[in-house]
Write a protein that binds this ligand. Sequence first.
Ligand SMILES: C[S@@+](CC[C@H](N)C(=O)[O-])C[C@H]1O[C@@H](n2cnc3c(N)ncnc32)[C@H](O)[C@@H]1O
Length: 341
Amino acid sequence: MQVHVAKFQDMIDLLTPWAIRVAATLRIADRIAEGTCWLPELAQAVKAEPAALRRLLVFLETRGIFKQVQADRFQLTPLSEPLLEGSPFGMRTWLDLDAMGGRMDMALGGLLHSIRTGEAAYPQVHGQTMWQDTIDNAEFGRSYADLMATHAQWVTPELLKAYRFPETGTLVDIGGGSGALLSAVLKARTGLKGILLDLPEAAAAAQQRFEREGLAERVTVQAGSFFDVWPEPQGQALYMLSWVLHDWPDADALRILQRCAEALRTCQAGRLLITEHLIGEGAQRKIATAMDLRLLALCAGRERTPSEMEHLVVGAQLQVVERRVTARGIHILGCQFDGKC
Ligand SMILES: C[S@@+](CC[C@H](N)C(=O)[O-])C[C@H]1O[C@@H](n2cnc3c(N)ncnc32)[C@H](O)[C@@H]1O
């Protein structure tokens, strides 16, 4: 029984995750790594009240993050490494309470509202939708695009291995974020051109990326909403919805798919590629169900099972013609217009 209670207490603890986010936001690990490890100097460097900062650090020491080596002198531990800027997968950025990562976490405080209503909690907590936040506040828009780039960094090698992208034509990345995935595909397929459509801040970040990486001549970036504008590629096109549909409830996801279907109907040689995690059984289930609840709270989105996704696809007059699942459970669905109208 005691073991169960201890496990339960660990599960309900909000303080540790919150204290770690505060340390990440203040960039304490970076300052210590630079040699600012004496409390009064550290407090000045991170703009904190010294006695309060000491309380945070000694608490985190009990969790194995930071170590007090002498009175008021702190050093890093292996567990503080994810808090360093540039650590793998941008972990610090995901935890930053001043940026979109932390803002999304704060929205989870409204989960009760989501469960009672089926609506997103983010607008209840922050006053407007997550997407409007990224449009109205350039800083939030940029930080969301950065987070998506860390996600793309993680999934791109696996997608490139699992799917044979075409050598020529145009890859149209709908909701393509800051272009990390499109850029990687274009580097691997030098005869391919690209179009990226996303909201203004992500589009601006993508444009900068393509210029920086010498791809600007091969890519057109379009800023706007996929509910209002739509790219018009010349010739053979592969449309891509990469981790886009899960951000939307069924009615909106269907509208996005219908726009793709309309584009494929008019472009004979076209195909749509949908890539995201779908809910299955086994080890992936714990991650997928967590993401599902998170998406509900953030944007009334959802993770779908393979049959739920197929149902949506078919409802938009599309047909799944190829299907792959990668080692890490990424589903890749190739779809065509079903040609019935
Ligand atoms: C989960 S991210 C996926 C980004 C990228 N495709 C990837 O796989 O890393 C969803 C993307 O959809 C974009 N988005 C959201 N609403 C949009 C809209 N109405 N029109 C265009 N893009 C939108 C977001 O800005 C974001 O870049």
